[in-house]
Design a protein around this ligand. Structure first.
Ligand code: NDP
Length: 364
């Protein structure tokens, strides 16, 4: 019998007010034939996880009494890396020691262990399997635990909507130092697409610019102030002229004036994809940009895009794994917090509170 712990909530609200630790037993000697038992290796705190607990995210897990809570509850978290520790007699696609990630969102990854139907998990190579397959690198816990949302978002936004000419065309993005932003600049580099990243000004700006350019492959990094300055557009135009392409895609996770200025950087028939709203301000596209440049604005939601297209998810996941295994892609570094066996809900509420200082990853 395994005593598992999960970070659950039975009502919506601020994570510190509603998250609680729930302990429950998993009978690992009697695993249903179609099921597996997994232990968690790592799970992050993403902005959408927090919004789910707050009850303001459109996709949410159902509240149930499945884990034996006194009130219907859900377990927090959507992403995570797991190791298979028991396999039901009818399961052929997993064996003990395999690594896996949830096949779909709303799995509830903030927990120590889970018992689930095998189809709820998708296998990834563990380090021994990568080594045996002759791969240059194997996945790290950080890479595996954060593979399902941010790298896929970056890859799909760059490849699924606009045809970009390598060496010539440009993408402009705000929130360039976010985890998604760091994947966007690296994948743009791999694909040969030029990239301008917008970040908020700060005391140690140059260190951030150096990091984004040298470690994550951004071509140009500018501040929000430069982004919003009309005169600075000439500088951008000269960069674009040099490569002979155009700014065809803008990726917006901020909104407000920042997004408006981003849209102004787009060339004829450019597309702005909005995938986040970190400033909580609306997106306003200048009228002239709409009419005379035919710039369009659209939303991007990885959950909706991949929900009905498991093939696209599989292909995208395989591509990210291949880049990690080749050493072409670096994980956007997280702040790792080791679960010490104490109160799991406290570990995640602290991580939520610290998430403004960078991505938090709980490792087990
Ligand atoms: P991170 O926690 O890694 O980064 C957050 C980013 O937001 C940082 O760059 C931060 O910059 C910036 N930011 C925060 N507040 C503001 C503000 N008021 N004005 C300008 N910038 C701000 O986030 P993720 O990479 O995990 O996610 C980034 C966004 O992408 C989120 O909105 C998330 O919900 C969204 N997302 C959407 C997906 C989709 O399918 N639609 C999928 C994945 C993510 P600073 O360092 O200056 O604080």
């Amino acid at each position: 019998m395994i005593t598992a712990q999960a970070v659950a909530y039975s009502k919506y609200g601020e994570p510190k007010d509603v998250l609680f630790t729930h302990k429950y037993e998993i009978d690992d000697d009697n695993v249903p034939s179609d099921s597996i038992v997994v232990k968690t290796l790592g799970s992050p705190v993403n902005p959408s996880d927090i919004n789910q607990v707050q009850g303001v995210y459109p996709s949410r897990p159902e509240l149930t009494k499945e884990l034996g809570t006194s009130e219907p509850a859900a377990v927090g978290g959507n992403e995570g890396l797991f190791e298979v520790i028991k396999v039901g007699s009818g399961v052929s696609q997993f064996k003990v020691g395999d690594w896996c990630v949830p096949t779909s969102v709303n799995f509830g990854t903030w927990r120590t262990h889970a018992l689930c139907a095998s189809e709820k998990m998708t296998k990834l190579n563990n380090p021994t399997q990568s080594k045996n397959a002759g791969k240059k690198h194997s996945l790290t816990v950080d890479q595996g635990a954060t593979i399902s949302v941010n790298p896929l978002t970056a890859l799909l936004m760059l490849t699924h909507y606009v045809k970009l000419q390598p060496g010539k065309d440009w993408v402009v993005q705000n929130g360039a130092n976010s985890a998604v932003g760091k994947f966007v600049s690296q994948i743009a580099k791999i694909l040969g697409i030029n990239l301008i990243g917008v970040v908020r000004d700060r005391d140690n700006l140059q260190a951030l610019v150096d990091e984004l350019q040298q470690e994550y492959g951004a071509d140009k990094v500018i501040t929000e102030e430069q982004n919003e300055l009309r005169d600075f557009s000439n500088e951008v135009k000269s960069w674009v002229k040099e490569t002979g392409g155009d700014v065809k895609l803008a990726l917006n996770c901020v909104g407000g004036k920042n997004a408006t200025a981003l849209a102004r950087k787009l060339g004829q028939d450019g597309l702005m994809l909005t995938y986040g709203g970190m400033s909580f301000q609306p997106v306003i596209i200048p009228t002239a940009v709409h009419i005379f440049k035919n710039v369009t604005s659209s939303g991007f939601w990885v959950t909706a895009l991949l929900k009905n297209d498991p093939e696209l998810k599989k292909r995208s996941l395989d591509q990210i794994v291949e880049w990690y295994e080749n050493g072409q892609l670096k994980v956007a570094k997280s702040n790792e917090v080791k679960f010490d066996g104490s109160d799991l809900a406290k570990v995640y509420t602290d991580a939520v509170a610290n998430s403004k200082q960078g991505k938090q990853l709980i490792v087990y």
